[in-house]
Write a protein that binds this ligand. Structure first.
Ligand SMILES: Cc1cc2nc3c(=O)[nH]c(=O)nc-3n(C[C@H](O)[C@H](O)[C@H](O)COP(=O)(O)OP(=O)(O)OC[C@H]3O[C@@H](n4cnc5c(N)ncnc54)[C@H](O)[C@@H]3O)c2cc1C
Length: 487
């Protein structure tokens, strides 16, 4: 039986992000995908600012920027007449998008999921990896010290022993069921959504075109421009009792019925799906040596565009921990912090998206809009967050390390954080002995969002603040504990 470090099951955005991260860290892994090719639909088309930062770190930001566009406005029609046009920020009651010193990519970015997947796949290949397509995981048994996995390709079974199996195999996850995770929650039995990619002629401008007969958004047919494409994403929500055929003819009939428009032509339906909203999640992300990430662990409404983004963040949280575990048994302790840090985020996302879904076109006044961009996700209560200061400050251990312009020029993200390493920002003059592979930057002037004048800030490989302390000894101890320095 062949042995492998990590077996990733599923080559959606979650599995591909993890594969890229492990590949650049030199971890031995395989990634299997049961479909013969990557997913072809546009489904999750909004990348949030935090995801763009992760993609920047993984080396794909130029391709993502080149293949997408800023999120377009929403435009409501009554027949042919435009009733209103509102930006995403107006729809969500967010302040207008503006450049930020602490975040290089402050706006949600529109790019079809198939293109995001293709970009991650290309990056994986450039890093020396590859996806084994038409290869399904069909068996999984945990043993002492490993997982026996049976993968099947062209009817031929292969058994491998993996140190870790990561189920990134989507909402119907085989891994989740085989390993015995629960998946509690509910299914929305009142409505479902037709979603697909279709070529459109007859619409002007870049927008989410919300077509109605008389301005009633409850009975709408939405067509979203997709960047650099003649294809649009169609989205039609309907009562659960209505079950349209998944054909071009049926989609054309629905458009005519809901908008009364005969001047819009639809053809070349490339992908279509009738999608029922499930709001479900696991109660843990790890059982033994099996871990779950992305939709395999949590599913919810697409309102607020969080799904793909949450999967990418799961993978990014897990990658460096799996690398540490593959290097030393001490690193294994980090794996439990994956569950500790990411499960509360999943629960928050389920609550947020359910609230937004219920609110429809009127976000509730009480909601916290800033969580949409995922920049304020924090692991403050994690056992990996170490902060021995006595006074509270805006930035705490566990928070996302913000970007900033360094006194000597350059940005924190570019100069210090990009790459798979740990970093230490050494503020003031306190001495710090050499820290091996840990990148250290001495900063003698105040750096606004950090708010530390004398002391050290450790930034983890996933861009979260690990520790803040004025003690060089405490910082060294911390770096040893998290596997950044040999003991
Ligand atoms: C119809 C639909 C529409 C959606 N629309 C939106 C939207 O508008 N906005 C939004 O934010 N989100 C949307 N989502 C959610 C979003 O697409 C997901 O959150 C995102 O794709 C999750 O990525 P993932 O990698 O975790 O899982 P997936 O993208 O589902 O990838 C899982 C992969 O695992 C593979 N796999 C499954 N079982 C096995 C096995 N046994 N062996 C090997 N491989 C296996 C699958 O073939 C698949 O390629 C939509 C989802 C669906 C299903």
């Amino acid at each position: 039986m062949k042995r492998i470090g990590v077996l990733i099951v599923g080559a959606g955005p979650t599995g591909l992000t993890l594969a890229c991260d492990l590949a650049r860290r030199g971890v031995a892994f395989r990634i299997v995908e049961k479909a013969p090719q990557l997913f072809i639909g546009s489904r999750a088309k909004g990348l949030q600012p935090r995801t763009l930062e992760v993609f920047d770190d993984l080396g794909v930001i130029d391709a993502v920027k080149g293949g997408g566009a800023p999120f377009p406005p929403f435009r409501l029609y009554s027949g042919r007449e435009i009733v209103w046009e509102r930006s995403l920020e107006e729809m969500l009651r967010l302040p207008p998008a503006a450049p930020r010193r602490d975040a290089p990519h402050p706006r949600t970015w529109l790019i079809p999921q198939w293109r995001t997947d293709a970009i991650l796949h290309d990056r994986l290949v450039a890093l020396g990896g590859h996806v084994e397509t038409s290869t399904a995981l069909e068996g999984l048994v945990q043993e002492d010290g490993g997982v026996v996995a049976t993968i099947v390709r062209d009817g031929v079974a292969e058994t491998i022993l993996a140190d870790w199996v990561v189920g990134a195999d989507g909402g119907r996850s085989f891994v989740r069921k085989a390993a015995g995770f629960t998946f509690e929650g509910e299914t929305n039995t009142e409505e479902h959504t037709l979603i697909g990619d279709v070529r459109v002629k007859g619409l002007q401008g870049e927008a989410c075109h919300i077509l109605t007969k008389a301005g009633d958004v409850a009975s709408r047919f939405s067509l979203w421009n997709l960047p650099q494409s003649e294809h649009y994403q169609l989205v039609v929500t309907m009562a659960a009792g209505d079950t349209p055929e998944l054909t071009l003819g049926s989609v054309r009939a629905l458009l005519a019925e809901r908008s009364g428009r005969t001047d819009i032509e639809l053809d070349d339906l490339r992908w279509i799906s009738l999608y029922r909203i499930n709001v479900r999640m696991v109660d843990r992300l790890r059982i033994g040596r099996v871990l779950l990430a992305g939709d395999a662990a949590h599913v919810h409404s697409s309102a607020g565009g969080q799904g793909l983004n949450t999967g990418v963040q799961d993978a990014y949280n897990l990658g460096w921990k799996l690398a540490a575990a593959s290097q030393s048994p001490r690193g294994e302790a980090l794996i439990d912090t994956y569950d500790e840090e990411r499960l509360p985020v999943a629960a928050h996302v389920l609550g947020l998206t359910s609230k937004l879904h219920r609110a429809g076109f009127q976000p509730p006044p009480s909601w916290s809009a800033s969580s949409i961009d995922q920049l304020d996700i924090s692991y403050r209560s994690s056992s990996l967050a170490f902060d021995d200061r006595t006074c509270a400050s805006r930035l705490a251990a566990g928070d996302r390390a913000p970007d900033a312009v360094l006194p000597g020029g350059g940005r924190v993200f570019d100069v210090l954080l990009r790459g798979p390493h740990f970093s230490v920002l050494a503020f003031g003059e306190r001495p710090l002995a050499s820290l091996g592979a840990v990148r250290v930057e001495r900063i003698r002037e105040p750096l606004e969002p950090y708010g530390v004048s004398e002391g050290f800030v450790v930034v983890r490989p996933d861009g979260h603040v690990g520790a803040i302390s004025s003690s060089a000894v405490a910082i060294r101890d911390y770096l040893e504990r998290v596997g950044a320095l040999p003991v």
